[in-house]
Design a protein around this ligand. Structure first.
Ligand code: GLU
Length: 303
């Protein structure tokens, strides 16, 4: 398949719509300053073919896409034990909701809502240094050094009252072992990783290769663990729009409020699209349209 021309076609189709609709996330002050009129897309196939178009080399704040990598680290370190305190069901509530946590005694519905990722991060704090581990993992996966955007991390630490509440609320149920401030510092840094579409397309390559490292081929996760991450992406990876994503795109996806969305075509390729303006569900507006065009144009879907 001629992926390069397909990606260029998608950029040509969507560029005129840049800035027309949607809003950059503004609840994290440092993200509110990102210019909305940017759009990039990149992919990497399992056999190493790459294609990219638009602003695909521009680094952006990966935000909740980091939850994928935190979960990967948690599964590697703890295996089945990870699921003792974290569920696997879609929440049906906003990603930062407190309501369900009370009814469910501090056990988050899944690892892709904020409470779930904070719970995963707590387990990682018990294992070592999750900030260093995150940079080591993503740098290795994309083949070049990756860094935190300290301004974004500080901005979120100064205003992330709801995440601070989630951490303390879970702690009150005995579901967080470590100091809440330490856990949140790691969580905010994970969200503040800066990567480009091309780097993310490379770094998520293990998800379309049965858990094998995209460059070295070494097993990072088992085939079964990888299938489970893809299943969670499909059912819980795009906030409250997972049903709509499955309906319109049909691929496991994980989005972040920085405007990035990664998508996986198992056994074929991993893909990342980025445009900062979000729709009402918190997903990149043009990103979702791009994925829809990609799925229609290539016929690639898990269904
Ligand atoms: N750092 C963001 C938060 O915790 C991540 C949200 C997201 O990308 O979904 O609110």
């Amino acid at each position: 398949m001629r992926f390069q021309s397909i990606l260029e076609e998608i950029v040509t189709t969507l560029r005129p719509r840049l800035g027309e609709q949607g809003q950059v996330a503004d609840y994290i002050p440092a993200l509110a300053r990102v210019p909305a009129a940017q759009f990039g897309i990149a992919l990497r196939t399992c056999d190493g073919q790459e294609a990219q178009a638009g602003d695909s080399d521009t680094p952006f704040s990966i935000q909740s896409i980091s939850k994928l990598f935190a979960l990967t680290m948690g599964m590697r370190a703890m295996g089945e034990g990870l699921w003792a305190r974290i569920g696997r069901e879609p929440s049906g509530n906003p990603f930062n909701s407190l309501v369900q946590l009370e009814a469910e005694q501090g056990t988050p519905r899944n690892p892709f809502i904020n409470a779930g990722a904070i719970a995963v991060t707590d387990r990682l704090v018990s294992q070592g240094d999750p900030k260093a581990a995150m940079l080591e993992l993503v740098s290795s996966l994309c083949g070049e050094p990756v860094h935190f955007d300290e301004e974004v991390a500080a901005s979120e630490a100064a205003t992330g009252f709801r995440n601070i509440a989630l951490g303390n609320f879970m702690k009150s149920f005995g579901k967080i072992d470590n100091d809440v401030a330490t856990v949140l510092d790691a969580y905010f840094h994970h969200c503040a990783v800066r990567m480009s579409c091309l780097q993310l397309a490379r770094a998520t390559g293990f998800l379309c290769r049965d858990g094998r490292h995209p460059f070295s081929g070494e097993p990072l996760l088992t085939e079964r663990q990888t299938r489970r991450i893809n299943a969670l992406m499909l059912t819980c990876g795009t906030y409250d729009a997972a049903g709509e994503f499955a309906f319109r795109i049909g691929l496991p996806c994980k989005s972040g409020v920085g405007g990035g969305i990664v998508a996986v075509v198992p056994d074929h390729l991993s893909l990342c699209v980025w445009s900062p303006a979000l729709d009402a569900t918190g997903n990149s507006l043009l990103g979702m349209q791009a994925l829809e065009l990609f799925a229609a144009r290539t016929g690639l879907s898990v269904f």
